[in-house]
Design a protein around this ligand. Structure first.
Ligand SMILES: Nc1ncnc2c1ncn2[C@@H]1O[C@H](COP(=O)(O)OP(=O)(O)O)[C@@H](O)[C@H]1O
Ligand SMILES: [Mg+2]
Length: 325
């Protein structure tokens, strides 16, 4: 799979180590997909309202809303899915007659620990399969902001685990159809988001291997928060040899008088930037050695508040990459 196929699966599962920017990147992919004319649905699974905050929209709910032209949003709450499921198969009245909804949820979760994930993926599958009256799929692309990498393999194994636990009945059938969805490369791909830092790169390599072993198609790696390399090698060398008094003298000659403390702070800022850029280069090498997948680098976008405009900037980069690939 190369970069040009990034948005081709019908279900794109976006994951990575916590805090690397999964949600931001999932949002950018969904925006880029909608811009390309794909009817797209962006899904959050833990009811955190990450996206309604990011896009400054009213709160998202368990029913899809079109928050931008061609771009829909859904917030899946596992408890709500489980209730919907129990109602569907066992009838709301029957369930309510014996137990309150809450204890029904507790009971079902205790009986089959994987069931919540089955229901989450089940909801996504329903959306992926849904068709309009004219026969076309309702969505060209569903982008799932999935749990962090640490949980993703279990999340993907959940249907299997449940298949073993619940060996008969509707849940078993449902679980098997989800395994089919996740293992079909024409329908599903997992995209890992990473940073050019030690831990995320290591985790990305391990996740890619684990996912492949499960038989899941792993798409391009999205490398987030990449710094511009604004200082060339020659300047870096000169900077390394420079002391605060030298810089102070240079700046004074350019009509920019600073004191020693300010000159020292400038040198330290430059040094910090160079160290981070150096780490980036080493980690870029490490990533390409350890993960044989195409990568797309997304820039660090400076903002007081990361919102619509910043997501748009990341989407620009995705769009350009799809066009160039
Ligand atoms: N490309 C980027 N440039 C700058 N900040 C970013 C970028 N991507 C994400 N962030 C910031 O990093 C933090 C974590 O991003 P988020 O998408 O919430 O990560 P995750 O979903 O992996 O926990 C947020 O504060 C977000 O605004
Ligand atoms: Mg998130």
């Amino acid at each position: 799979m190369d970069l040009s196929n990034l948005l081709d699966p019908r279900l794109l599962i976006v994951t990575g180590k916590g805090g690397v920017g999964k949600s931001s990147v999932a949002a950018a992919l969904a925006v880029a997909a909608a811009r390309s004319g794909r009817r797209t649905c962006l899904v959050e699974v833990e009811g955190r309202q990450t996206f309604s905050r990011l896009f400054s929209t009213p709160a998202w709910s368990f029913s899809e809303t079109e928050f931008r032209p061609g771009l829909f949003g859904l917030s899946v709450d596992p408890e709500a899915s489980l209730r919907e499921y129990l109602d569907m198969f066992y009838g709301a009245r029957r369930v309510a007659r014996f137990v309150s909804h809450n204890s029904a949820v507790e009971f079902a979760t205790a009986a089959a620990p994987g069931i919540k994930d089955v229901l989450l993926i089940g909801k996504v599958k329903e959306m992926e399969r849904r068709r309009r009256p004219d026969g076309h799929f309702t969505y060209d692309l569903v982008v799932l902001d999935a749990p962090p990498t640490g949980r993703i393999v279990n999340f993907l194994r959940a249907p299997d685990a449940t298949t073993e636990l619940v060996s008969v009945g509707p849940i078993r059938q449902q679980a098997q159809s989800l395994v089919d969805l996740l293992l079909d490369p024409a329908r599903t791909a997992v995209t890992l988001v990473t940073l050019l830092e030690e831990m995320p790169v290591t985790e990305t390599a391990e996740s890619a291997a684990a996912l492949r072993e499960l038989g899941v198609a792993v798409g391009p790696v999205l490398v987030n928060r990449v710094l511009d390399e604004r200082i060339g090698d020659a300047e870096a060398k000169a900077l390394a040899e420079m002391g605060a008094p030298d810089l102070r003298e240079l700046l004074a000659a350019a009509d920019l008088p600073v004191d020693d403390a300010a000159a020292q702070a400038l040198l330290e800022a430059g040094d910090g930037h160079l160290r981070r850029v150096d780490l980036q280069r080493r980690m870029r090498g490490e990533l390409s050695r350890r993960v044989a997948l195409p990568t797309l680098e997304l820039p660090y976008v400076w903002a007081d508040r990361f919102g619509d405009a910043e997501v748009g900037r990341l989407a620009d980069v995705v769009e350009t990459a799809l066009g160039d690939a």
